[in-house]
Design a protein around this ligand. Structure first.
Ligand code: GLA
Length: 395
């Protein structure tokens, strides 16, 4: 709560207030630092990252903020203002739930450097389980804050990679690098074109007046117990069959194009063929959408988004009725160029690209029917393309 008794919408403010309430003004030796990391949407490039492919995410102006101070012991004490939950753990402990993300990041960062303990207060405006990377936002904000209070530097790419390892090894999701790179490296008013094999990226300015609209279906997805890891396995199986058929140059589905898939596709069973076809065509759509975005050709970006959704629904089978309904609703709304599911799928959110001058009307029109058409817990909101993780001055 702020001095007026109102809880602030701003997670930076809530994290600081939460820090003072939980740990007191002068808890430790250092100064209070605050790191802020955004959620993300992905315009095109679903399930391509762990196949060494391309993706095109945008950071959104919904954030996780972490207020932090160094401690003079090795413990991490963490307080969530949103859940009003707290935990204390030492380097070798293995906590569960949301604390696992904090512990995993602390443990990866501590592998190669001496980091003191820290007291951390976390507040978020990124909906959880909505496919908007709330977990990567926690990871990057915690990592950046812990480094800052320790007076240590790490490049944005290395921090993103450390957080990716934390999610894979510490939390057990066999994810690719999309979320951590988007949350770590995006710039305002730009999408991030990311080559997940070379990890080379490029900021693609969004040239023109467009807005982003999110429809959160309210169907929560959990990557740890969804079909996500099954899809990773299926892609590996497709690669190994194609390798036997076409040669060992094929290291991942990134090395497969439509011709090769047509030539050797009958070696794959129907499911693996469709999984591979999604990844191969999705990589092409990302490149086309990047070029179109650069040229301000939003119709083409929108077409790539709609085709991406169909492919994720029919070939990759990671959509669900609520996501399909939200895409259909968005696509028929005036001013919307295109829409698709974003994130791992099986629930979560849809992202729509909308003409700037139609954004507010589109939001209202979708909101007025979203409960009937998508589900009673569905939410609609607009957002601006934002910057990646930053240390922000305490206010
Ligand atoms: C989740 C994963 C990402 C990526 C997307 C699908 O968000 O964390 O690594 O695979 O799903 O594109």
């Amino acid at each position: 709560m702020s001095e007026t008794g109102q809880e602030s919408d701003d997670p930076v403010e809530r994290a600081q207030v939460g820090f003072r309430d939980e740990f007191g003004e002068t808890n430790g030796s250092g100064n209070l630092e605050v790191a802020r990391a955004p959620g993300r949407v992905n315009l095109v490039g679903g399930h391509t990252d762990y196949n060494d492919g391309f993706c095109l995410p945008v950071a959104i102006d919904r954030h996780v903020a972490v207020a932090a101070e160094a401690r003079d012991d090795e413990q991490i004490r963490v307080y969530s203002t949103d859940f009003d939950e707290r935990a204390t753990f030492a380097p070798d402990d293995d906590p569960t739930g949301w604390v696992a993300y904090v512990a995993a990041v602390a443990s990866v960062l501590r592998e190669d450097r001496n980091l003191p303990g820290a007291s951390l207060a976390i507040a978020s405006s990124v909906p959880t389980g909505a496919g908007l990377s709330s977990s990567a936002a926690i990871e990057l904000a915690v990592g950046r804050a812990m480094l800052e209070v320790a007076g240590q530097e790490l490049s944005p790419t290395d921090l993103a990679l450390a957080c990716w390892r934390a999610e894979r090894d510490g939390v057990g999701v066999e994810c690719g690098i999309l979320d951590q790179f988007a949350v770590g490296l995006c710039e305002p008013n730009a999408a991030l074109f990311l080559d997940c094999r070379t990890r080379v990226f490029e900021h693609v300015p969004i040239a023109g007046d467009v807005g982003i609209l999110v429809v959160d279906t309210g169907v929560s997805h959990e990557l740890t117990d969804s079909g996500y890891n099954d899809r990773v396995r299926e892609c590996e199986a497709a690669v190994s069959t194609l390798q036997n058929a076409a040669g060992s140059d094929i290291q991942s589905l990134r090395d497969v194009d439509e011709d090769l898939l047509e030539t050797h596709g009958d070696e794959l069973d129907d499911v693996l063929y469709r999984r591979a076809r999604h990844v191969v065509t999705e990589n092409e759509r990302v490149v086309a959408a990047r070029d179109a975005l650069e040229n301000g050709d939003f119709d083409r970006v929108g077409a790539a988004m709609l085709a991406s959704h169909e492919s994720l629904r029919d070939d990759y089978e990671v959509s669900c009725p609520e996501l399909d309904a939200a895409v259909e609703l968005a696509a028929e709304t005036d001013g919307v160029y295109g829409a698709r599911m974003t994130g791992g799928g099986f629930g979560g959110s849809v992202v729509a690209l909308v003409a700037g001058d139609a954004l507010e009307r589109a939001e209202q029109s979708i909101r007025s029917v979203v409960a009937d058409r998508v589900g009673k817990n569905a939410q609609v909101f607009t957002c601006r393309p934002s910057e990646g993780v930053r240390v922000v001055s305490p206010r």
